[in-house]
Ligand binder design. Structure first.
Ligand code: HEM
Ligand code: FES
Length: 781
């Protein structure tokens, strides 16, 4: 993103398309494309499936102006995350503004109730916001949230008890609205009130803020919102009489005494109302969306019923695939460029987070619903950065407990025939009804009371990808070269596997000791029937390849994790150079395959000891013809790297033995900066020695937090404790999942993921194992 220097002019639009002469113009004078002109988030298309509705934009016109809404619409992951990261350029102040201005009659009704909704947290600018957020964070930490678990468990059980013998239910009406509302009231410290009344108020607040009520509805909505405002005020007054009671609002009242300028009266009244909606409607909708999604995917539902350890990651995938917040808003405070489009100061932005969550650039096979997805937790449904949802871990906990209750007690539940409807609005999203049915005679608890006992421990916080495995079966094994077997893995019941992108790998559990080894995928990324890996028998291996060579046989089940990709191929580059040595050809072959399919200019350099030891050789010769350069040491040819002509904008992807990669790193000193991208397949990690660990400070720039990492604790652990999400996998410096960006400070790297030049650049580190060399690090988090 960069500051704009000149406004766009007609005909200079970066997404220039054939548009009619009389097409409407953006405020910067650019013609609006027909699809952008037609965009209307209150239409059924958006309501039913927001990411699908803006797929065209994500693919062709990622940032566009909507004349109907008067907003700039942003649809891609990287652009939206960049907007979230910079809350000074992109102010959150319009987050709760009425997206459809109301008429004088409705305004008069609101005024008659003294309605004065003001800044809370979510729409407060800096410098006021961060001190308030920090002052009020403590009740949201994973430790503090534990105390709410018994209530959620009790409610889940009692509500299911009410209808389990009926054989049918509308889960929204009969449970999913009230349970999160009760939890929200409990968390906030509000006495349990008339649930139906609060539900009506909340819906009115949603329509008032993010909807387009017709003129005749506006007055009705205004009346409900006014009553909600008055109700919030009365509850607050009562709380003030006895602020010693538990609850987040009481915590705020107590904080007000110490920090009156930070926690103001106006804040408390506005938060009282907004808090009820933030804490309950979001979670009610998220759970309804999750159950709908799971029941629409019976394989995934069955897997959860059988293996509750999958629930935390399934919650994350549900939030990614069909979260309860579809879009959020920001205001540009200065001229700026987003995704190549100039946006003027004062522009309002609709950032479609649900579209970001389906962006193929971030999520492989993004539309596929995969409860084992490795990076599901990267979704933007909770926002990101300084304003990221404070209640995310309460919501996650509730969703996990509710899913545990349903999968245990109603595994035979299915969706009834119905058409789903949504309250028309841009942001809050969940079905108004969710009708399900089942045969009560088959209720597991009738046969075995154990079905009443919770199976899964709740994980409060970001789920760990460590717990998520998928079972595959060996479909075939070929001797691909001397000492190399090629293994084809399929899902046991013939289900589709997720598509992957070149450079991706899977972790394979080798043997019962839980030995985990990484293998790059080398088949066809688009083939959803199988994963293919090539495994070299290595005399010095840590046991993984030896185990596979000894035990792999057709029909054997294996547990794997992933696919995940930390070695991505940039499809935008016009030319690419691929260098592989030995078994390192596996990820490189998939990249070359893709380069060919895209019609890119590329060359492939592959070296090995002898032809007999070089895997995939026939395939590569056939596919790449003259683009393939072979170096066979037995035949006296060696890749001296002299032939590589690396021009600016040409990435060099390399994988192979350390000797080759070290030579490439040396050679790359003469190439344009950042040309070399490597993956080391042979990493030997020595166990970490913690005896000389020193405490260090970290400053999180996006979240404006200062934390201390004591000796004996990891950065990852400290981040989690303070509610900052960082995904993880191996938690021993092997997999690259926990990478964080370093803005300042020197890192003591202890991982086996980063290359020498990456280490030296001090711009990234693995949070699970690496530490600060000096006293402090500044991180982009
Ligand atoms: C902020 C989503 C549950 C309290 C937000 C934001 C989003 C969001 C999108 C704005 C983030 C940004 O601007 O970067 C959700 C979703 C939920 C959920 C999808 C459920 C699945 C909750 C719960 C609570 C809560 C249960 C409280 C108990 C808050 C607060 C903020 C916030 C206080 C403002 C944080 C700030 O601006 O510093 N939430 N939320 N949320 N949420 Fe949530
Ligand atoms: Fe695997 Fe940190 S979690 S490298």
């Amino acid at each position: 993103m960069s500051d704009a220097t000149e406004p766009n002019r007609v005909g200079q639009c970066p997404f220039h398309q054939a548009v009619a002469q009389d097409a409407p113009l953006t405020p910067t004078g650019c013609p609006v494309s027909p699809r952008a002109s037609a965009f209307d988030p209150f239409e059924d298309g958006y309501q039913q499936d927001p990411p699908e509705y803006v797929r065209w934009a994500r693919e062709q016109e990622p940032v566009f102006y909507s004349p109907k809404l008067g907003y700039w619409v942003v649809t891609r992951y990287d652009d939206i995350k960049a907007v979230f990261r910079d809350n000074l350029t992109f102010s959150p102040s319009i987050a709760l503004e009425k997206i459809t201005p109301t008429g004088p009659e409705a305004n008069a009704v609101l005024a008659s109730y003294g309605y004065a909704m003001n800044r809370t947290l979510v729409n407060e600018d800096e410098p006021a916001h961060m001190p308030r957020r920090r002052a009020l964070m403590e009740p949201f930490t994973p430790e503090a949230l534990k105390q709410h678990e018994p209530l959620v468990r009790r409610l889940a059980r009692e509500y299911v008890d009410r209808f389990i013998d009926d054989g049918h239910a509308d889960l929204v009406d009969q449970m999913l609205w009230e349970v999160p509302l009760t939890v929200a009231l409990h968390f906030l410290g509000v006495p349990e009130e008339d649930m139906d009344m609060l539900r009506q108020y909340s819906i009115a607040h949603t329509v008032n803020t993010w909807g387009r009520p017709q003129p005749h509805e506006q007055v009705q909505v205004a009346r409900a919102v006014g009553k909600f405002w008055q109700f919030a005020g009365k509850v607050l007054e009562k709380m003030r009489e006895d602020p010693g009671n538990p609850g987040w609002m009481q915590y705020g009242i107590r904080k007000q005494k110490a920090l009156p300028e930070v926690v103001t009266d106006s804040y408390l009244h506005s938060m009282m109302m907004a808090g009820i909606v933030a804490a309950h409607e979001t979670t009610a909708n998220a759970t309804a969306n999750a159950l709908k999604l799971l029941l629409e995917h019976p394989d995934a539902w069955r897997d959860l019923c059988e293996d509750p350890s999958l629930i935390p990651n399934a919650v994350e995938e549900c939030l990614r695939h069909n979260g309860s917040i579809a879009a959020w808003r920001r205001l540009a405070t200065k001229d700026v460029t987003i995704g190549g489009v100039d946006i003027p100061a004062g522009a309002k932005l609709l950032i479609v987070t649900s579209s970001a969550n389906h962006d193929e650039r971030r999520f492989d096979d993004a539309d596929c619903f995969d409860i084992r997805r490795d990076n599901a937790g990267d979704h933007l449904t909770f926002g990101y950065g300084a304003h990221q949802c404070m209640g995310k871990n309460l919501a996650r906990m509730e969703m996990q407990i509710l899913l545990d209750e349903f999968t245990r007690r109603l595994p035979h539940m299915r969706l009834a025939k119905q058409r789903f409807t949504y309250v028309p609005n841009t942001s809050f999203r969940g079905p108004e009804h969710l009708c399900v049915e089942w045969d009560p005679m088959l209720n597991p608890e009738r046969a075995d009371r154990a079905a009443l006992t919770p199976r899964a421990a709740v994980r409060i916080g970001e789920p760990s990808a460590q717990a998520v495995t998928r079972t595959v079966t060996i479909a075939s094994i070929d001797q691909a070269a001397h000492d190399i077997i090629r293994i084809r893995l399929e899902a046991p019941d013939g289900r589709a596997l997720p598509r992957w992108t070149p450079g991706a790998h899977i972790d394979v559990e080798c043997g019962s000791a839980g030995l985990l080894r990484q293998y790059s995928l080398c088949g066809d990324p688009m083939d959803a029937r199988a994963f293919e890996i090539a495994v070299l028998r290595e005399p010095n291996s840590r046991g993984g390849s030896a185990w596979l060579h000894a035990h792999a046989k057709v029909g054997l089940s294996l547990r794997i994790r992933g696919p995940r990709n930390h070695f991505r191929f940039d499809e935008q580059a016009r030319k690419a150079i691929f260098v592989a040595g030995g078994i390192g050809i596996t990820p490189i072959s998939a990249m070359a395959h893709r380069a060919k399919a895209l019609g890119l200019d590329y060359e492939l350099h592959y070296s090995g000891r002898s032809r007999a030891s070089m895997v995939l050789l026939d395939e590569l010769v056939q596919q790449h013809g003259a683009r393939l350069h072979l170096y066979v040491s037995q035949e006296g040819t060696r890749n001296t790297l002299d032939a590589l002509r690396v021009e600016p904008g040409t990435p060099v992807y390399a994988c192979g033995p350390a000797r080759l990669l070290d030579a490439l790193e040396l050679a790359s000193a003469a190439w344009p900066a950042d040309s070399l991208r490597i993956e080391r397949f042979a990493s030997v990690l020595t166990p970490l020695d913690h005896t000389h660990d020193q405490a260090f400070e970290v400053e999180l720039e996006d979240s404006a937090l200062q934390l201390t990492v004591p000796a004996g604790q990891t950065l990852l652990g400290v981040l989690r404790k303070h509610n900052v999400d960082v995904p993880s996998g191996c938690e021993e410096g092997l997999c690259g999942s926990c990478e964080v960006h370093v803005l300042a400070g020197e890192v003591e790297h202890r991982d086996a993921v980063l290359s020498k030049s990456e280490r030296e650049s001090n711009t990234r580190m693995m949070a699970c194992c690496s530490r600060a060399k000096g006293g402090k690090l500044v991180l982009e988090l």
